[in-house]
Design a protein around this ligand. Structure first.
Ligand code: IMP
Ligand code: MG
Length: 181
């Protein structure tokens, strides 16, 4: 753990204004519809909890947990659902809430999978997007901020299950040998 440095990327204030901007658009666009927010565990739960409390329309909330087989810093193409949604979504508007889009494989998988239940629509709301790393064609209709190709932590997002509790978002860089001595 001490071989890494956390560099500030987004302050609490910047996160809050980003979340508010997204929530205002979502409230406007989904007014009068039956909206289900589907949060991808675990990384998006902090974002979800702030986002949903800024919405001024009725919503239902559900969760999925996905397992992807790859190394720690990168997801592979092999994805499976380890916890599915419990609310019926047929005929409803679904908005997937995700922390960060990287290769896009997680969202592509989930979007296709949810579409099998015949919702009225499935769209994506992501806090962060590393567009440079995209491997499949997928876009978040509601995007907080595009970020460079750094590994980020905080505000629900982890490195090895650590740092989720940080209220700000940081990018992680290695500390080289010289600096440590
Ligand atoms: P994708 O399927 O490659 O788009 O990966 C998306 C998932 O990878 C996100 O839901 C995160 O869980 C994880 N991920 C991608 N980039 C980062 C990062 O910088 N920090 C922490 N987790 C990340
Ligand atoms: Mg995730």
């Amino acid at each position: 753990m001490d071989r890494y440095r956390l560099n500030p990327l987004l302050s609490r204030k910047e996160i809050a204004s980003t979340v508010k901007r997204l929530a205002d658009r979502i409230s406007r666009d989904y007014r009068g519809s039956e909206l289900v927010l589907v949060c991808i565990l675990k990384g998006a739960f902090v974002f979800l909890s702030d986002l949903m409390r800024k919405l001024d329309i009725p919503v239902q909330v559900d969760f999925v947990r996905l397992a992807s087989y790859g190394d720690q810093m990168k997801s592979s193409g092999m994805i499976e659902i380890t916890k599915d949604i419990e609310i019926p979504i047929e005929g409803k508007d679904v908005l997937i809430v995700e922390d960060i889009v990287d290769s896009g494989r997680t969202l592509q998988f989930l979007k296709n999978r949810l579409a099998l239940s015949n919702p009225r629509s499935v769209k994506i709301c992501a806090l962060l997007d590393k567009k440079a790393r995209r491997e499949v064609e997928i876009e978040a209709e509601y995007l907080g901020k595009e970020v460079d190709d750094f590994f980020v932590v905080g505000y629900g997002i982890d490195f090895n299950e650590t740092y989720r509790n940080l209220p700000e978002i940081y990018y992680v860089t290695p500390i080289d040998q010289d600096e440590r001595n």
